[in-house]
Ligand binder design. Structure first.
Ligand code: GSH
Length: 230
């Protein structure tokens, strides 16, 4: 039975922009598992109610409804053990949890650069919900939150130093070939380029070159998705 994935979409249903859904999509591709992706909007909570919560990714495997990208990655690893491993063993699984958590922090670090760009591109029916829920979260208007973003860029880029040094020494976080740790960290960068024309990474930044290598994986799965050339 084909797997189904509820995947966050903008007004344009082909513009998929969730950092968490991108992790899952690359994990499914890594395991060579075909998936039907279903465009989902923030306010379509009823469509994923069977998962018992209101966030995507939601993966449907037969009568099983799974949520949370980390749980889904573990489910895929355990359910399809004969397919290429996402973690590279038990120690790899534990270490990957750190990368996944680190990547959650990247989502928060990138949000001040892209918050208004998201607002402009979400479906009409999502706009009020997105503004209200995010302004409550950040404690100010999105306009104030994003103001002067260029000035915040140098500190953001310095914050990527450990990532940059690692990716200067080796092509992927997992070594010569990517594993889920790479997909987890890639998600926030793919989120940004799918929803915002703001240039987060300099063209010759090793982090950007690594991101671009991942864009080309799986027949260009992530590169083919609507995005900005930044
Ligand atoms: N911990 C979750 C986070 C998922 C998440 O935050 N998803 C966002 C989309 S990027 C969402 O569905 N938000 C719904 C909302 O804000 O109502 C995971 O790793 O899957």
């Amino acid at each position: 039975m084909t797997l189904r994935l509820y995947d966050l979409a903008a007004a344009d249903p082909d513009r998929r922009f969730s950092p968490y859904c991108w992790r899952t999509r690359l994990a499914l591709a890594h395991k060579a598992l075909p998936v039907e992706t279903i465009p989902w909007r923030f306010t379509e909570k009823a469509e994923i109610a069977a998962s018992g919560q209101g966030f995507v990714p939601v993966l449907v495997d037969g009568d099983r409804w799974l949520s949370d990208s980390w749980k889904i990655a573990n489910y895929l690893e355990d359910t399809f053990p004969d397919r290429p491993s996402l973690f590279g063993g038990a120690a790899g699984r534990s270490l990957t949890r750190y990368y996944s958590t680190f990547a959650d922090g990247l989502v928060a670090a990138i949000f001040p650069f892209v918050a208004l760009d998201i607002l402009e591109r979400v479906a009409d029916k999502d706009r009020d919900y997105f503004r209200a829920s995010r302004e409550k979260r950040v404690g100010m208007t999105l306009e104030t939150f994003v103001a002067g973003r260029e000035a915040k860029l140098p500190a953001f880029r310095v914050g990527l130093t450990a990532l940059r040094r690692t990716l200067t020494a080796q092509p992927f976080l997992a070594g010569d070939e990517p594993l889920y740790a790479d997909y987890a960290v890639f998600g926030p960068f793919q989120w940004a380029r799918c929803i915002s024309p703001f240039e987060l990474l300099e063209k010759d930044d090793p982090v950007r070159l690594w991101r671009d290598r991942l864009l080309d994986r799986f027949g260009g799965l992530a590169r083919k998705s609507p995005a900005y050339d930044v």
